[in-house]
Design a protein. Structure first.
Length: 461
């Protein structure tokens, strides 16, 4: 996964004697901020100069833009003339986080607030954090702004591929190109599903057999039934995965969705294997960056996943809200290939995950057959979210939850599940939203991924 790149500009007093005398102090606070970010693996680009003239505000802003930073921090430790920040904000890659250090001997906080007020007046979106960057709580607040800021910039110029079209009449799965381009900077390409069929015919059997051998070597259990799951059908699914990878490479897609139902699932094979290993950080030919792929071409789901991928830097999944068990405050979240095998063990090592994975014959909805990639997601903290559209525009709902690998015995289903499942507990009072999200399909990211929707929407246009 790509390393986030953030730029830092530190501002100073416009009076030469003040700037010169306090220059070592301002550099010290800039170095502390840069070191804290580098300690978590971020690439940090600092300005060449501490900004104390209007010329430098412009030139240093242009410098950060030339370095292709993905978010910018305006740093304050002493009093700094506010118009320098207003000028620099015209040139740096935004959105901008304004950060004031704890330095009560000098009015750095005053400088940050005055500069922030200037940006408010000219309509330049920004965030504000004040405190000691060594304090984990302060640093977390900064990251809550910076991570979605980086994600927002990474989305610009991306291409989303819809392979097929609308599946089974779902309005919530169909994107509007103009809206995606306007709000997120994303282009959309439409590709026929026949391309998967055509290209898979050219994949050698030996390449598919190597995939099957790799699955078995790493502990995945394949439940052949000689009807809806045969070796030939599994070969076809693995070949379909390689076909989709070819489509992604040829069309320069950054993420995608596959319609699947009903044409492919009626007459060719399910796309479960392809979807699972696209979203995974590996396949039988080695490690790869996860490629978000949404089953049933659920485009709002795909976009939520792509945002989460850039923020969390892990695989992401989405699932149907199958059932809520009120007695145990448990949500049962189920889907087909959309669940990357990564979630079976929460590891980037396939040997850790695949021993918990079963490939079961397709169920009644998929007469063409093939394997459903089944596992119960490993326990741990997760974040649930969903982008959805209503008459008021695009809305976002997110909340933290904990996943469980088992359900109470008295509520265990009579039949073993054939589709991957995640059991989560989520206190509803902790969910946040900005407008009504009516979808039944949440997107799930591992860990605690906090994103403020205002951080996103305020700077999206």
């Amino acid at each position: 996964m790509r390393t986030p790149r953030v730029g830092i500009l530190t501002f100073s007093d416009g009076r030469p004697h003040v700037h010169t005398e306090l220059l070592p102090l301002t550099r010290q606070f800039q170095d502390r901020l840069a070191a804290r970010l580098r300690a978590i693996g971020w690439d940090v680009i600092t300005g060449r100069e501490i900004v104390w003239t209007t010329d430098q505000a412009q030139s240093e802003g242009r410098y950060l833009a030339a370095q292709q930073v993905e978010a910018t921090i305006f740093n304050y430790a002493i009093w700094a003339w506010p118009h320098y920040s207003a000028i620099a904000a015209q040139f740096v890659p935004g959105p901008v986080l304004m950060f004031s250090n704890v330095n009560p001997q000098y009015p750095g906080l005053v400088a940050m607030l005055a500069a922030a007020g200037s940006l408010d007046q000219v309509g330049a979106f920004h965030g504000r954090v004040s405190g000691d960057i060594v304090d984990d709580k302060v640093f977390d607040r900064a990251l809550q702004f910076l991570r979605p800021a980086v994600a927002r910039n990474r989305l610009r110029g991306e291409v989303y591929g819809i392979i097929g079209g609308r599946s089974m009449g779902m309005y919530t799965a169909v994107p509007a190109l103009d809206q995606w381009r306007r709000d997120f900077g994303i282009d959309i390409e439409h590709i026929d599903q026949f391309e998967i069929v055509r290209r898979s015919e050219g994949i050698p059997d030996g390449r598919a057999d190597a995939g099957i051998a790799w699955l078995q070597k790493h502990g995945a259990t394949i439940h052949y039934d000689r009807k809806k799951l045969t070796r030939q059908l599994l070969r076809r699914q693995i070949k379909s995965y390689h076909a989709v990878r070819e489509i992604i490479d040829e069309w320069r897609l950054d993420f995608c969705g596959i319609k699947g139902q009903p044409e492919m699932t009626n007459h060719f094979a399910t796309m479960d294997v392809a979807e699972a290993f696209l979203n995974d950080p590996y396949d039988w030919e080695g490690p790869h960056d996860p490629i978000v792929c949404a089953t049933e071409a659920d485009s709002d789901g795909a976009l939520t996943m792509e945002i989460f991928k850039h923020i969390a830097r892990t695989p992401v999944l989405f699932a149907d809200v199958r059932h809520y068990d009120a007695a145990d405050n448990m949500w049962d979240l189920v889907n087909s290939g959309e669940h990357a095998t990564y979630f079976a063990g929460r590891s980037f090592d396939p040997a850790v995950n695949l021993k918990h994975v079963h490939l079961y014959p397709a169920i009644i909805y998929f007469p063409a057959g093939g394997a459903s990639v089944m596992h119960i997601a490993a326990p741990g903290e997760v974040t649930l979210a969903r982008l959805a559209r209503a008459t008021a525009g695009i809305g976002w709902r997110s909340c933290r939850a904990s996943s469980s690998s088992s359900r109470p015995e008295r509520r265990r289903p009579r039949q073993r599940p054939r589709r991957p499942s995640g059991l989560t507990r989520s206190p509803g009072s902790r969910c946040r939203r900005t407008s009504s999200c009516r979808s039944t399909i949440p997107t799930i990211s591992t860990g605690s991924t906090v994103i403020t929707w205002r951080t996103w929407c305020g700077s999206a246009r």
